[in-house]
Write a protein that binds this ligand. Structure first.
Ligand code: GTP
Ligand code: MG
Length: 220
């Protein structure tokens, strides 16, 4: 029994990797920089993507895939901007996968895009194993999850390019040391870029925008 389920799991991940590679090649060929934006529920994924569209939406052509278990709430937030948006509901699944992204890519004007933001389902475990074909993996946590949240989820931080500790404006109110979260991320992954951000005070938002610009310009 046990052996069979391990093999099935292995096959599912292998099939996902193959599909992710196809997505990756397509996006590379068309010069689209794709950001897989992962993170805890409510950590600020939609907010940080909205801020990016607001700041650099005129400089770059941006598209968005909004992943959610159900509903179009985040997709509707993105639709307020003048960007193409695809809503992807995963039903019971706690992560997007490469096949869902392949279908979303078919519906996007990829020839016209420079940047694709993929907002994954809010979860710090399930998205880790499922590559989507992205160029960069971003993980967002916020101080309200507690300052041990990074240590509790090492795998997702091991495999990301950028880790963001968001909502630092409320760190004092929830008795959290945001620098401890930054140190934990660097201890888990010494190569990761880490930044502290706040939509309220604007702290770190320039760094977030610069990360997107540098990653995108490297592709052009
Ligand atoms: N104080 C404060 N609130 C923030 C900040 N960033 C986001 N928020 C608030 O946090 C809440 C959740 O933000 P979202 O951007 O919807 O978070 P999300 O990660 O997309 O949430 P899900 O998609 O539901 O997982 C909203 O009420 C935001 O206004 C921040 O830097 N500081
Ligand atoms: Mg969201």
């Amino acid at each position: 029994m046990c052996e069979i389920s391990v093999e099935v799991g292995h096959d599912v991940l292998k099939a996902n990797e193959e599909c992710a590679l196809r997505n990756h090649h397509l996006l590379e060929y068309l010069g689209v920089t794709a950001f897989n934006v992962m993170g805890a529920i409510g950590s600020g994924k939609t907010t940080l993507i909205e801020l990016a569209i607001d700041r650099i939406g005129e400089k770059y052509h941006i598209g968005v895939i909004a992943g959610d278990i159900v509903a179009d709430i985040d997709a509707d937030r993105f639709r307020r901007y003048d960007v193409p948006v695809i809503s992807m509901n995963t039903g019971k699944e706690c992560h997007l996968d490469a096949h869902l992204i392949e279908h979303a890519l078919e519906q996007l004007p990829l020839d016209d895009l420079d940047i694709l933001f993929i907002e994954n389902v809010g979860n710090l475990i399930c998205p880790t194993d499922y590559s989507l074909g992205e160029s960069k993996r971003v993980v967002i946590v916020s101080v309200s999850e507690g300052d041990d949240i990074v240590r509790k989820h090492p795998m997702i931080f091991k495999t990301c390019d950028l880790a963001i500790v968001n909502k630092v404006d409320i760190a004092g109110a929830v008795d959290v040391d945001a620098d401890k979260m930054v140190d934990d991320a660097l201890r888990i992954n010494p190569h990761v870029k880490v930044m502290k951000t706040s939509k309220k005070t604007g702290e770190g938002i320039d760094d977030w925008i610069k990360f997107i610009e540098v990653s995108t310009d490297a592709h052009r």
